[in-house]
Design a protein around this ligand. Structure first.
Ligand code: GDP
Length: 447
């Protein structure tokens, strides 16, 4: 099939050591021939694939001295012929070289078009392409680690194994339907039920990864709650290690949620400071209180901050009650002030935001409480799209198990086929154009 030559700058805009202009299609080498003069007497046509060749690159109104490399189809990123120019890392240099390539008949690549071509040419699965995007966009080490597992087809392998089991079941059912009278081994319903149950178990285990996977991708949402002046803003700053929130001795100055992010064990945590939950006439303050309640709703973990230098008040109790049902970590702050009464609720941890005492231990506890069962090299369901497809497949398989023996075989087949197709959306086999467009639009131009 004919494939238009596309071109784009593959490196980010701005100044850097090197910039890369990438070409892919049927004949990028014939474009390179017209805009690259190899050092010495070598001709572009003689390019040995996968070898950096030094020479002069034509940028239209200027020249640069850099490198050119040719990747021969199908052994390239896109599966097509690819040429890369490695020039000096100035925005106008890369832009000029790109413009020259466009002038020679290349079309400017769309977002993610190189990767889309790689997918369409069978170089990687859709989940793998998404993993690559997760690595590039990843803001924490955990996201990069999980993205790499997706990229290296760990989820694809698990999904394809379930698809193969479904295909085998479906083949047996089809044979039964097509040749009911024949002397062939018919589907043993008890055995089929067991096999469907095993697929259900495996899919359920995969889907349950998302509980942690979601936190890897979006970060763990932690809300600091407590009555005014217990030291929430100070604690937020101590956790972040910078002056992000405004600290003041006047009760009720933190009127809005302040957000900051930090990494613990490679996992991203989103921190929200809130105005104290308190009944006052001040409208702005009340707005903050409402916001605190809303934030606590969506939180993965709430740090309930108390002032250990003062007896607990009704206000503390009111906050505590408002957090009922949330995963709470009871933090007694201001230990540097000495008072250390045995209070109720008992402390999970005692810290001083002022001196930094026990702040590292608090970080550890936060990780432990919110990422229970996290194994860094085994987490690959981090995308909501994958989770949704797994859930749909799971529902179909569950239905098939419940119906096994109670309905005609062909109806069972309908559910198993639907499960197969839902799984195919993860790998890309059954993903439609809309899904592909949505995914590749998230990439940058040049990827
Ligand atoms: P918030 O209203 O809960 O956000 O409380 P702030 O962070 O604004 O702190 C209220 C007051 O307590 C400020 O004067 C802080 O300096 C003080 N404070 C906060 N944490 C500590 C601490 O660990 N030790 C001491 N001694 N004072 C603290």
């Amino acid at each position: 099939m004919k494939s238009e030559n596309i071109a784009a700058v593959a490196t980010p805009p701005g100044k850097g050591g090197v910039a890369i202009v990438r070409l892919s299609g049927d004949s990028p080498l014939s474009v390179a021939e017209k805009m690259f003069r190899p050092a010495g007497n070598a001709a572009v046509r003689d390019f040995e694939p996968y070898r950096m060749v030094p020479g002069e690159i034509d940028g239209g109104s200027f020249r640069d001295y850099g490198l050119c490399v040719y990747f021969r189809a199908p052994h390239s990123f896109t599966g097509e012929d690819v040429v890369e120019f490695h020039c000096h890392g100035g925005a106008s240099i890369a832009r000029g070289i790109l413009r020259r390539a466009l002038g020679l008949g290349c079309r400017l690549a769309e977002r993610g078009e190189f990767t889309k071509r790689a997918f369409l040419n069978g170089k990687l699965s859709l989940a793998s392409a998404e993993g690559m995007a997760d690595m590039i966009n990843g803001e924490s080490e955990a996201e990069v680690r999980a993205g790499y597992l997706l990229y290296t087809e760990h989820l694809t392998a698990a999904v394809r194994a379930r698809q193969a089991e479904l295909t085998e079941l479906l083949a047996g059912i089809d044979a039964d339907i097509d040749f009911p009278e024949e002397d062939i081994e018919h589907t043993d319903l008890a055995d089929a039920g067991e096999r469907i149950g095993a697929i259900e178990g495996a899919l359920s285990a995969l889907a349950s990864q998302y509980r942690t996977g979601k936190k890897i991708k979006q970060g763990v949402n932690v809300v600091l709650a407590g009555r005014p002046n217990t030291g929430k803003s100070s604690l937020l700053n101590a956790l972040l290690g910078q002056d992000k929130a405004i600290v003041s001795a006047v009760a009720g100055t933190t009127r809005d949620a302040v957000e900051g992010t930090l990494e613990i064990g490679g996992v991203r945590f989103n921190l929200y400071d809130t105005a104290g939950i308190r009944s006052v006439a001040d409208e702005v303050e009340n707005f903050g209180i409402a916001r605190a309640r809303t934030l606590a709703e969506g939180a993965d973990l709430v740090l309930f901050v108390l002032d250990s230098s003062e007896p607990l008040s009704e206000e503390d109790a009111a906050v505590w009650n408002a957090l009922e049902g949330k995963k709470r970590l009871v933090v007694y702050n201001k230990t540097d002030l000495g008072a250390d009464a045995a209070l109720d609720p008992p402390a999970d941890i005692r810290v001083s935001a002022k001196t930094g005492e026990n702040i590292p231990a608090l970080r550890e506890k936060m990780l432990e409480m919110s990422m229970d069962g996290y194994v860094a090299d085994a987490q690959f369901v981090i995308e909501e799209r994958h989770y949704a497809a797994l859930r749909r497949a799971l529902a179909e398989v569950r239905r098939a198990r419940e119906l096994c023996g109670a309905v005609p075989l062909d109806l069972l087949g309908v559910h198993l086929k639907a499960a197969w197709e839902a799984l195919g959306e993860i790998t890309g086999e059954t993903a439609n154009e809309r899904i592909l467009d949505e995914i590749f639009a998230k990439f940058c131009v040049g990827k």
